[in-house]
Design a protein around this ligand. Sequence first.
Ligand code: C2E
Ligand code: MG
Ligand code: MG
Ligand code: MG
Length: 287
Amino acid sequence: GAKARGSGTWCFFSEGMTQAARERLALEARLRRALDLGHLCLYYQPQLELATGRLIGAEALLRWLDPDEGLISPARFIPVAESSSLIGPLGLWVLQEACRQGQQWRSAGLPALTIAVNVSLHQLLLTDLAGATQQVLAQTGYPAQQLELEITESALAEHPEEGLQVLNRLRELGVHLAIDDFGTGYSSLAHLKRFPLDLLKIDQSFIRDIPHSADDMAISSSVIALGHAMGLKVLAEGVENREQLEFLRQKGCDFFQGYFCSRPLPAQDFTRLLEKVGKGARLIETA
Ligand code: C2E
Ligand code: MG
Ligand code: MG
Ligand code: MG
């Protein structure tokens, strides 16, 4: 502890913070290099229509394949990118790669789907997201109607006015808009109803304990009703078992994604899945 090392508490914490800051800088530098070297890739997780089991989309999820450390979670490096200027080029790379891949699937004649791309707070506010999106769509030829951008509820709750302007411009391009992690962000319903949204994604923390948590069941069914009352579609994240699926189906939830159907897959594996779906394969049994 601080005392044993003969220094005061202040010094102890100061050393700790310097260490944390140093680690952050090192990670940022490594991430910058990973982006240059092509060590990043996208995984894709299927999104299904609940009533029919039909594949309707895929969420693109960023992965960092470090030669030494292996797979590094976005939960660890997105916050680092967010707090540096890296989020600009990183977010742009994700958008480009998702649209490039989507266009490749289209030209291969595979079943049509929407690709959902995560957008972070700083990407929304500090970069020209609408301009970049328009450019990427033009460059890749991927249709705006088959691109969905996911913005976390907390991002919009923090900056509703600035967020609204960007979302309106994106909507004009024809891009679909989803609110991610809904229920965790304390957004005001007054703001929410002004956003040009298509989809609410119920955060997985409210799905996890269904059917054992009466509270989570009440919250999830309320969010489904709220979304529908606002004219939105609702998707449940993190569906892992049949009980959760049946509950959500009963409550009229439109879509779901989760390990029950599939984990996020490398692009190659997702291509094989699309080929099977094209031949009539079903991803889940429906009643
Ligand atoms: P998210 O957008 O809410 O993505 C859902 C997360 O839940 C993903 O974690 C996914 O792998 C995981 N998941 C999916 N189904 C299940 C399930 O049935 N059970 C459980 N326990 N988890 C499930 P992942 O891929 O680690 O991503 C974590 C977060 O990192 C994402 O949360 C998103 O906020 C962020 N992220 C990922 N890719 C990007 C990106 O390209 N850009 C930005 N800005 N953020 C990203
Ligand atoms: Mg997401
Ligand atoms: Mg989410
Ligand atoms: Mg999340």
